[in-house]
Design a binder for this molecule. Structure first.
Ligand SMILES: NC(=O)c1ccc[n+]([C@@H]2O[C@H](COP(=O)([O-])OP(=O)(O)OC[C@H]3O[C@@H](n4cnc5c(N)ncnc54)[C@H](O)[C@@H]3O)[C@@H](O)[C@H]2O)c1
Length: 265
């Protein structure tokens, strides 16, 4: 219950989905949590859930596409809790309606995707690093996606920006490892969050499940538990890594689902 005792964690996108689950799980392990979200209402709701359960949380309104807003988020964290040990650069994603194939993708959406996923990760880390270094070290956790690892017929921007997040993760790990700052990324597969459920037709959810080695899709908590591990000192020898948390989606042969059906009883 005290794996994150004495740690201060900032989680962007903490108002919903994976970010909310991670915020609550980190609090359960003793962290003081800054729930940072574009939606003041959502951030306040997550923080209230944490406080009701006996934890400490500060809701902060942030737009991670705005450097001034990121700077204010980090300043509010240090003003309230005195230090900063864990930063989850979790906000990301693209608009699936305009993030299409190379011929039809919106280049404006590509630019927005870079800002929301890549620039936000760089700037969040840049503003957090001095405080982590002053505290004797820290853990930066970046949310990538399995889309960084495979090609797809659509969402060209999404794959590209998440691959950039993986690359930046390694640079941060190498550059600030000597100051005891670790940096790792998580590549979630399909996780049942509002973002996924609102954007995909029902048939796709079933085919995604069939594409996993495990017979179910992920929950926000499945990713949240991995974030707790990366935030904790249990992962003190782990840096620059991409943890793929996808129910076996990307490691299995594309022939496996069909072959499974051919197995003798
Ligand atoms: N859900 C999945 O299956 C899945 C899979 C792979 C990767 N991911 C990644 O997980 C992350 C978030 O996913 P989720 O499923 O938790 O989403 P979600 O939609 O449930 O939550 C996203 C939160 O981010 C906030 N937000 C959006 N833009 C913001 C901005 N500019 N500044 C601050 N806050 C902002 C929203 O208000 C919302 O509360 C993204 O990086 C996404 O690419 C999700």
């Amino acid at each position: 219950m005290e794996r994150l005792k004495d740690k201060v964690a900032v989680i962007t996108g903490g108002g919903s989905g994976i970010g909310r689950a991670a915020s609550r799980l980190m609090s359960r392990e003793g962290a003081r949590v800054v729930v940072a979200d574009y939606s003041t209402e959502a951030a306040t709701e997550t923080a209230a859930l944490i406080e009701e359960a006996g934890g400490r949380a500060l809701p902060v309104t942030v737009d991670v596409t705005d450097e001034g807003s990121i700077a204010d988020m980090i300043a509010a964290t240090v003003a309230e809790f005195g230090s900063l040990n864990v930063l989850c650069n979790h906000v990301g994603g693209t608009d699936p309606r305009t993030d299409l194939d190379v011929l039809r993708m919106s280049m404006d959406e590509f630019d927005r995707a870079v800002s929301r996923n890549v620039t936000s990760t760089l700037l969040g880390t840049r503003h957090a690093l001095p405080h982590m270094i002053r505290a004797g070290g820290g853990s930066v956790i970046n949310t990538a996606s399995v889309a960084a690892l495979v090609g797809d017929v659509l969402q060209t921007s999404y794959g590209a920006v998440k691959a950039a997040v993986v690359s930046i993760t390694k640079s941060i790990a190498v550059q600030y490892g000597p100051q005891n700052v670790r940096c790792n990324a998580i590549a979630p597969g399909a996780v049942l969050t509002p973002a996924l459920e609102n954007n995909l037709p029902p048939g796709v959810i079933q085919s995604l499940t069939e594409g996993n080695a495990l017979p179910y899709l992920g929950s926000p908590e499945d990713i949240g538990h991995t974030m707790v591990f990366l935030a904790s000192d249990e992962s003190r020898y782990l840096t620059g890594q991409l943890l793929v948390v996808d129910g076996g989606m990307t490691m299995q042969s594309s022939a496996a689902p069909g072959r499974r059906a051919q197995l003798p009883d």
